[in-house]
Ligand binder design. Structure first.
Ligand SMILES: CC(=O)N[C@H]1[C@@H](OP(=O)(O)OP(=O)(O)OC[C@H]2O[C@@H](n3ccc(=O)[nH]c3=O)[C@H](O)[C@@H]2O)O[C@H](CO)[C@@H](O)[C@@H]1O[C@H](C)C(=O)N[C@@H](C)C(=O)N[C@H](CCC(=O)N[C@@H](CCC[C@@H](N)C(=O)O)C(=O)O)C(=O)O
Ligand SMILES: Nc1ncnc2c1ncn2[C@@H]1O[C@H](COP(=O)(O)OP(=O)(O)OP(=O)(O)O)[C@@H](O)[C@H]1O
Ligand SMILES: C[C@@H](N)C(=O)N[C@H](C)C(=O)O
Length: 433
């Protein structure tokens, strides 16, 4: 590799970065990471054959030559370079975290802020120590706004992601019972997510704070500078969110306080939790002085996919497919919404919730109590945790540790179905997903 070039120079000449030789594009930098089964350096020559601009490999990989950039630690180098490039870009960076709704909000905001800025956002949920630097390294040079999802399941991870991404704005969407295995309790989740507020506080940044989200109460006293909002107080605009309804999706009406103007936002998202997601997207967009009519149009155009808050028709049943992931908080939201929407009918197909550690049985038990109290008559519970949590007889519950298909004969024609479970349960396969 030419000695007068820095890695940042190489990146600026490149077409982005990848860690997988199978997906690499011509002109990419290839970061040869160690994995659980093999080592990326074994695919260095494949990457070069496919037109990689350069390969970043560990010094002890045995590889040498002009195409190789030798480093002590490939992941650390990737993270440092991502940080350097973020400084080079010098654009607003908004980091989004929270127990639930990160990807949905990131997608909503990418659409909304995209009406004004050239936004580069996290792909999928590439939100960890590998995905976040990759997101940054793949931002086009023309990027005007960076929108980054930050995920965590251990203390200290958000702090590390902040050091890399150096956000000047942040949003903690909610604090729930997610990833309790290593975060232990809701207080632990708050502490982990508050690492974003701590970073912003020490770097003159701003935290968006949704005053309607009760779980964020403890953050009200955090010393970070805040941009507070609720449906009646969206920043930088006189519009208020006047009405909502939940039939076949969410409808929000935005009304100007000063002039006779109304904007109607019809979203194919469902549930009270998604109302909060839409209000959050409206608040952040209005803070950045976007044209609200264009934002409303962009948000209305957002169609949930990838098993998150999807509505689909399957064999004559309306299916609420929420099988991307699950934790006690999002599970309760979905079940409660479903009962409100269908007080006297409806089939629940629920899968185990993962990564809850010592709280696993208690949290599954608590979900069983909720569905018992709500009086559901057709409940299919999939997985060992639910089976183990059931200490008493539930006449209408069917425990099936594994299930390959929904027995249509057991479901009344036309009944709606809610499917919710952790990623590991892959419940979408039940309806052909
Ligand atoms: C290191 C790595 O690349 N991991 C990926 C890799 O895993 P694996 O260990 O199996 O790799 P291998 O041993 O097979 O290969 C080693 C490397 O060689 C490359 N290679 C291999 C073969 C070949 O022909 N050519 C090659 O170049 C290969 O690419 C490896 O680099 O492969 C898996 C399958 O493709 C990947 O799944 C794995 O990726 C890891 C999981 C990863 O972190 N990917 C990020 C890009 C990412 O952001 N992934 C997100 C998921 C994020 C997430 O789970 N977030 C949590 C919260 C954060 C928790 C945090 N503590 C954490 O643990 O991550 C959340 O709740 O949101 C995603 O995939 O969506
Ligand atoms: N504001 C919210 N409050 C509670 N639950 C929510 C909220 N938003 C979304 N959810 C639930 O979380 C599921 C996953 O949504 P999303 O992927 O946006 O969350 P996430 O935080 O990004 O999760 P992950 O990091 O695992 O991708 C949705 O299908 C829905 O059930
Ligand atoms: C897929 C991973 N990001 C996640 O959300 N895990 C939880 C525990 C789930 O699958 O429900």
């Amino acid at each position: 590799m030419k000695k007068d070039l820095t890695l940042l120079d190489l990146l600026l000449e490149s077409t982005g970065a990848d860690i997988d030789s199978r997906t690499i594009e011509p002109g990419n930098l290839f970061f040869a990471l160690p994995g659980s089964k093999t080592d990326g350096s074994r695919f260095a020559s494949d990457a070069l054959e496919k037109g990689a601009r350069a390969v970043i490999v560990a010094r002890d990989s045995g590889l040498e030559g002009d195409d190789y950039w030798l480093v002590e630690d490939v992941l650390q180098t990737m993270q440092q370079l991502a940080g350097e490039y973020r400084r080079w870009l010098n654009v607003p960076v908004l980091a989004i975290t929270g127990s639930n709704g990160k990807t949905t909000n990131k997608n909503l905001l990418a659409a909304a802020l995209g009406t004004k800025y050239q936004v580069h956002a996290t792909a999928g949920n590439f939100n960890n120590h590998i995905g976040l630097p990759l997101t940054l390294l793949n931002a086009p040079k023309e990027t005007e706004f960076l929108l980054l999802e930050m995920g965590t399941n251990h203390f200290g991870e958000i702090a590390t992601l902040c050091e890399i991404a150096q956000p000047n704005y942040g949003s903690i969407l909610n604090i729930g019972k997610s990833h309790l295995e290593f975060l232990h309790s809701v207080e632990g989740v708050l502490k982990a997510k508050a690492e974003l507020a701590d970073y912003l506080n020490h770097h003159d940044g701003y935290l968006f704070l949704n005053l309607e989200e009760d779980s964020l109460g403890p953050l009200k006293s955090h010393p970070v500078q805040k941009i507070r909002f609720d449906r009646n107080h969206l920043p930088e605009t006189d519009y208020v969110v006047e009405m909502e309804k939940f039939s076949g999706g969410i409808e929000l009406r935005l009304k100007s306080k000063n002039v006779d103007k109304t904007l109607t936002l019809k979203s194919s998202l469902w549930g009270g939790h998604n109302v909060q997601n839409l209000i959050h997207a409206l608040a952040v967009s209005s803070y950045f002085k976007t044209d609200l009519a264009s934002v409303v149009e962009a948000l209305a155009g957002y169609v949930p996919k990838n098993n998150r808050s999807q509505i689909l028709t399957w064999k004559g049943h309306r299916v609420y497919l929420d099988a991307y992931n699950a934790n006690p908080t999002s599970m309760r939201h979905s079940i409660s919404f479903f009962r409100e929407e269908y007080p006297h009918q409806g089939v629940l197909i629920l899968g185990d919730m993962g990564e809850l550690g010592a709280a696993t049985l208690e949290e599954h038990q608590s979900i069983l109590e909720l569905i018992d109290a709500l009086g559901f008559e057709q409940v299919w519970l999939v997985g060992e945790y639910f089976r183990m949590a059931a200490g008493k007889e539930y006449p209408h519950f069917n425990f099936c540790p594994e299930v390959e298909f929904v027995d249509e004969r057991a479901i009344q024609k036309g009944d709606p179905i809610l499917i919710k479970g952790s990623r590991s349960m892959e419940l979408e396969r039940l309806v052909g997903g």
